[in-house]
Design a protein around this ligand. Structure first.
Ligand code: PRT
Ligand code: ZN
Length: 208
């Protein structure tokens, strides 16, 4: 069977959404056998290929129709600015993007962020939030580990993902303002594909 006739689903290669994404597919009867380090894994019992990608790349692949479906955090989707159709919210990977500051800081209201440096790997979502709050602050873009930046003097506050709050607490940071609530979502490509429409019920029906 040619690859064009096979449905492609993009999931995170490793990381927080990987296992839950695989579990979701397994719960829908799709069998994927371990395939070593290959980034494409053919389904053993359906004409479906799994693509293992960095979560940040999933919106790009789905938007361009390289993958027909993808499982990704809403936070990543929004930061990338991709308005892909969401088929369903998946109830895992639940988290919040928050602005947090050191326990002893004098930041209490969004207005207190004026002129402050905020480190984040979500510069677009943070910029949109600051604009909405009419706050002019300095966004310090970093690719990860935002929580360490206040202690090191790089930033006055951070804008980062929080789930249990343990990481913020371990760095003496207090969550103050929520920029976005997020969870994993199933997105579909805006491109035409009869196979995609054929397989969508497989995912959606069981979720209802
Ligand atoms: O390698 P790749 O680029 O694919 O992965 P990644 O490292 O960028 O992402 P990953 O695996 O950390 O997270 C994937 C997705 O899981 C995120 O985009 C969110 O949608 C979701 N998610 C859910 C989380 C968390 N919970 C979470 N707790 N993503 C990150 N965290 C991190 C957070 O950045 C912080 O460092 O965990 C720490 C906070 O956790 P708590 O429990 O201490 O609050
Ligand atoms: Zn990532």
């Amino acid at each position: 069977m040619s690859t064009k006739q096979r449905l492609r689903i993009a999931i995170q290669k490793s990381g927080r959404l990987y296992q839950s994404s695989l579990d979701l597919l397994a719960a829908r009867g799709l069998i994927f056998l371990p395939n070593g380090r290959s980034l494409i894994n053919p389904c053993a019992n359906r004409p479906i290929d799994l693509l293992y990608l960095r979560d940040d790349d999933i919106p790009e692949y789905v938007e361009r129709g390289i993958a027909d479906l993808g499982i990704v955090g809403e936070n990543v989707l929004a930061e990338k600015g991709r308005m892909l159709p969401i088929v369903s919210r998946l109830d895992f990977g639940i988290c919040r993007l928050v602005i947090a500051a050191p326990q002893n800081s004098d930041i209490w209201r969004p207005q207190d962020l004026v002129g402050r440096r905020i480190a984040t790997s979500y510069p677009k979502l943070l910029a949109a939030y600051l604009e909405k709050e009419n706050v002019k602050a300095c966004i310090v873009p970093i690719s990860g580990s935002a929580e360490i930046t206040p202690r090191l003097g790089l930033a006055d506050a951070v804008c980062d993902i929080v789930q249990t709050g343990a990481t913020l607490k371990a760095h003496d940071l207090v969550p103050l303002f929520t920029v976005m609530e997020s969870q994993a979502v199933l997105v579909k490509s805006p491109t035409e594909s009869t196979r995609k429409e054929e397989f969508l019920p497989l995912f959606t029906k069981v979720l209802l």
